[in-house]
Write a protein that binds this ligand. Structure first.
Ligand code: NI
Length: 691
C-alpha cells in the first residue's frame, strides 16, 4: 500500500531531489551515514548516557532521566526526515516498507528484553514486580505501554526505598514513538508541498507539528498543576500519556521541516557563512549548558519536571540539534567523537536494558559507587551483546541473506544453513513458549488487585469482639511505607482472616493512591503517619522535620477524612527533640520490637520465621505492604500467631489507654513494670533497624 499525493509529480521530484537530500544516519536506517547521521548518533549517545546515569543512582544528575525528551526530539526529527525524504524522491510514502523498517529497527531488541526480563522474573519468583509484569509485557508487545501504565495508575518512577514498581515502566517512550510512527506518514503526505520548490516548502507540516507541540505542552503543564492538589493522584496519565508527552517528538519533527528544505545544505554544498556557524556554535553550547543545568536542578519525577521542566528540555534539545546539524559546526564535530558513535549505535539497547537492571539491582548488599558502577557496567554489557548479536545482524539484513543463500547454494551447504535456521528459530520459539507458559501459570497479583479494586463500596468491618490486652496475649501487625500496588491484595487477605492492623502511610504514597488509603480506612484498619516522603528526621532542621510530619498527616486526613494520632518515624530515627515535634502535633510515637526485615529478605517463609521467633505478648511487628513477598507471608504469619494463642489487634488497641501526645512505645509494657524500666513505658526505639 502506498500513500500517493500526485503520481505526476513523482518523476520530476525524484530526479531533482535525490542528489541534494541529506540522508538519515545509522540511527534510523542502520546504513548509509550521511550529513546528519553522526551528530544525531552523538546526541543520542549523550542523552541516553544521562538517562542511564540518572536512573542508576548518580546523585549529581537527578534529572538525567529527562534525557528521554532529548531522545524523543531525535526520534521525531529522524522519522520526519525519513518520510519527507522518501516523499521528495518518489512522490509517495510506501507504508509497508516504512513500517517494516521501523519494526526491524525497534522490534528485535525489544523482543529480547521482554523475553529475558520475563524469564528472570519467573525464575527469581516472588519478586514484587512479577505480578504486574504479565500485563506490562502484553502492553509492550502491543505498543501501548504508556496507556497501560495510565490505566493501572502505575506509580511513576522508582519506589521510595529501593527497586521500582515496574520492570518495564520505561517502555512508555518506545510505545509513544510507535504510536507516532503509525499515523505520521499520513500527516506528512497530507502536508507535503503541492509543487516542487513551492514557496514555504513543508510549512504546513511545520505548522501542524508546532501546534501539536504547543497543545501537548499546555496539556501536560495544566494536568500536572491540577493533579498536584493534595489527595488526588500525580499520575502515569500525566507522565506517560501520548497527548501529554508529544511535545518533544513534535518539536523534532518541526525542526526537520526547517533543516531538510529551504536550502538547508546537505554535506558538501552551500557552505554556511563563518559568522553564522560561530553563532550557531555559541547557541548550541548555551543549549547544552542549559540541558545540563536542568538535569542537575530538576528531579525527573518531581512536579517541576511535569510543570515545564520536560518542555524546557525538549526546547533546548531542539536548539542543540539545530546547532549540531549546521554543516561543519563545532558542536557537530564534538558529537562525531568515536566513543559517542559507539554509544549512539547502542542507544536503543542501552535504553531498553537500563531500567530492568536498575530494578533488579535495587537491593544489592552494598550501595554507593560500587553499586552504581556495577549497574552501569551491566547495562553497557547487555546493550552491547544485544546490539552485536541481534540488532546489527537483523538491521543488516542477515535473515534475508540467509534465506537467499539457502535458495542459491548447493545441496550440502544449503542443508547446513537450513539446519542452523531451524535450530535458531526453534530455540527462540521454545524460549518464548516457556516464558509464556510460566507467565500464564503464575498467579497474578495484578488480577487479585484489580478484583479488589472494584470493591469500592466496601462496608466498614463490624467492630471486633472486645479484647483486653492487659489480659489477652495481644500482638499488633503494622505495615509501613504504603499504600502501594500490593496494599489491595493485603486488604483482601486481612479481610478473609478477619484481622485488623495498623498502616503507617507515607504522605507521598497517599497522594498517589488516595482511593487505596480510603479502602484501608473503610476496612476498619488503623492509619498512622510515617512522614511525607520517608525523610530521616534526625538529619533535618527542626522546622523541616516538623513540616515532614505535618505534611504526612495532612495527606492522610485529606484523602481519608481521618486525622491520625499515631506516628512512626522512618528508620526509627528519633530523639527528645523529634519526640517534642511529634507531641506538638498531637501524635504518639509507635516503634516496634519485632523487625521482620521483610524489606531485605523477600522470602515469605523467612518473614514468618523471624516474626514468630521474635514475638511476645504485647509485641509490635514491623512489615511493609509495598512488598509483594510481605503480602504473601501474611496468611502463614497470622495462622502461626493464632496457633500460639495470640490475638491480633491494631497498635492503638494494643496500647489502649496509654496513648497521649508525646508518648512513645515499641511494645505494650508488661502489666507490672520491672524495676529500673522507665515508668511511662517509653523504651528507647530500635534505631539500628532500617525502615
Ligand atoms: Ni518506613
Amino acid at each position: 500500500m502506498t500513500l500517493s499525493r500526485s503520481e505526476a509529480l513523482a518523476g520530476a521530484r525524484s530526479r531533482q531531489a535525490v542528489a541534494s537530500r541529506p540522508r538519515v544516519g545509522p540511527v534510523v536506517a542502520g546504513a548509509a551515514p550521511g550529513a546528519f547521521g553522526d551528530p544525531l548518533s552523538g546526541l543520542a549517545a549523550v542523552a541516553v548516557a544521562a538517562v542511564v546515569l540518572g536512573h542508576a543512582g548518580s546523585d549529581r544528575l537527578p534529572g538525567g532521566g529527562l534525557g528521554v525528551d532529548v531522545l524523543l526530539v531525535l526520534a521525531g526529527f529522524v522519522v520526519t526526515v525519513a518520510l519527507m525524504d522518501e516523499f521528495d524522491r518518489t512522490g509517495r510514502v510506501a507504508l509497508a516498507g516504512f513500517y517494516g523498517r521501523v519494526l526491524r529497527l525497534l522490534g528485535p531488541a525489544l523482543a529480547v528484553v521482554l523475553v529475558v526480563v520475563s524469564a528472570v522474573s519467573l525464575v527469581a519468583g516472588g519478586d514484587a514486580t512479577t505480578g504486574a509484569l504479565k500485563g506490562e509485557a502484553v502492553a509492550a508487545l502491543g505498543g501501548v505501554s504508556n496507556w497501560y501504565a495510565a490505566l493501572i495508575d502505575m506509580p511513576v518512577g522508582l519506589a521510595p526505598e529501593e527497586g521500582a514498581w515496574s520492570l518495564l515502566q520505561h517502555l512508555w517512550a518506545v510505545a509513544l514513538i510507535a504510536q507516532v510512527v503509525l499515523v505520521w506518514p499520513v500527516l506528512v503526505v497530507g502536508c507535503a508541498p503541492p509543487k516542487k520548490n513551492s514557496l514555504g516548502g513543508w510549512a504546513w507540516l511545520r505548522r501542524v507539528s508546532l501546534t501539536l507541540a504547543v497543545v501537548s505542552a499546555a496539556l501536560m503543564v495544566v494536568l500536572a498543576a491540577v493533579s498536584d492538589v493534595p489527595g488526588s493522584d500525580v499520575t502515569a496519565r500525566v507522565a506517560f500519556g501520548t497527548d501529554t508527552r508529544l511535545t518533544a517528538v513534535m518539536l523534532g519533527a518541526a525542526l526537520a521541516t526547517v533543516r531538510n528544505t529551504n536550502g538547508a545544505p546537505a554535506r558538501g554544498q552551500a557552505p554556511v557563512q563563518a559568522g553564522a556557524r560561530r553563532a550557531w556554535d555559541t547557541i548550541g553550547m548555551l543549549a547544552a549548558a542549559g540541558l545540563i543545568a536542568v538535569m542537575v536542578a530538576v528531579g525527573e519525577f518531581s512536579v517541576g519536571a511535569f510543570r515545564g521542566g520536560s518542555v524546557v528540555v525538549a526546547l533546548l534539545a531542539v536548539v542543540l540539534l539545530a546547532a549540531a546539524t549546521v554543516p561543519s559546526s563545532r558542536i557537530g564535530a564534538v558529537a562525531r567523537i568515536p566513543a559517542f558513535g559507539w554509544l549512539g549505535a547502542r542507544a536503543y539497547a542501552l535504553y531498553l536494558w537500563h531500567w530492568p537492571v536498575v530494578v533488579w539491582s535495587g537491593d544489592l548488599p552494598f550501595g554507593g559507587t560500587p553499586a552504581f558502577a556495577l549497574r552501569v557496567t551491566a547495562v553497557v554489557v547487555l546493550a552491547d551483546l544485544t546490539y552485536r548479536w541481534v540488532e546489527r545482524p537483523i538491521r543488516g539484513g542477515a535473515v534475508g541473506r540467509m534465506l537467499e543463500r539457502m535458495q542459491s547454494e548447493d545441496g550440502a551447504r544449503a542443508a547446513m544453513l537450513r539446519r542452523r535456521l531451524v535450530l535458531t528459530t526453534s530455540t527462540g520459539a521454545v524460549l518464548v513458549a516457556m516464558v509464556v507458559a510460566g507467565m500464564v501459570t503464575t498467579p497474578s497479583a495484578a488480577v487479585t488487585e484489580s478484583a479488589a479494586a472494584d470493591d469500592d463500596t466496601a462496608v466498614p468491618e463490624p467492630e471486633p469482639p472486645p479484647v483486653d490486652c492487659a489480659v489477652d496475649r495481644c500482638v499488633a501487625l503494622t505495615f509501613d511505607d504504603g499504600p502501594g500496588p500490593h496494599t489491595e491484595r493485603l486488604l483482601g487477605i486481612l479481610d478473609e482472616l478477619d484481622v485488623t492492623a495498623t498502616f503507617f502511610m507515607l504522605g507521598e504514597q497517599v497522594e498517589r493512591f488516595p482511593a487505596v488509603a480510603r479502602r484501608v480506612r473503610d476496612a476498619g484498619h488503623e492509619i498512622g503517619a510515617h512522614t511525607y516522603d520517608h525523610a530521616d528526621l534526625l538529619t533535618l532542621e527542626p522546622a523541616d522535620a516538623a513540616e515532614q510530619i505535618r505534611a504526612g498527616v495532612e495527606a492522610i486526613s485529606t484523602a481519608t477524612g481521618t486525622t491520625p494520632t499515631l506516628f512512626r518515624p522512618p528508620y526509627g530515627s528519633t530523639d527528645e527533640a523529634v519526640l517534642g515535634l511529634v507531641a506538638a502535633q498531637g501524635l504518639a510515637e509507635i516503634h516496634w520490637d519485632v523487625d521482620t526485615l521483610d524489606w531485605k529478605y523477600r522470602i515469605p517463609d523467612a518473614i514468618v520465621d523471624r516474626a514468630l521467633g521474635g514475638v511476645a505478648p504485647g509485641s509490635i511487628v514491623l512489615m511493609h505492604d509495598i512488598r509483594s513477598s510481605t503480602v504473601d507471608a501474611v496468611r502463614d504469619l497470622v495462622g502461626g500467631l493464632r496457633a500460639a494463642g495470640y490475638t491480633l489487634v491494631p497498635a492503638g488497641r494494643l496500647l489502649d489507654g496509654m496513648l497521649e501526645p508525646g508518648a512513645s512505645f515499641s511494645s505494650r509494657p508488661a502489666a507490672t513494670p520491672t524495676p529500673g524500666q522507665p515508668e511511662s513505658g517509653q523504651p528507647s526505639p530500635d534505631v539500628s533497624s532500617s525502615p
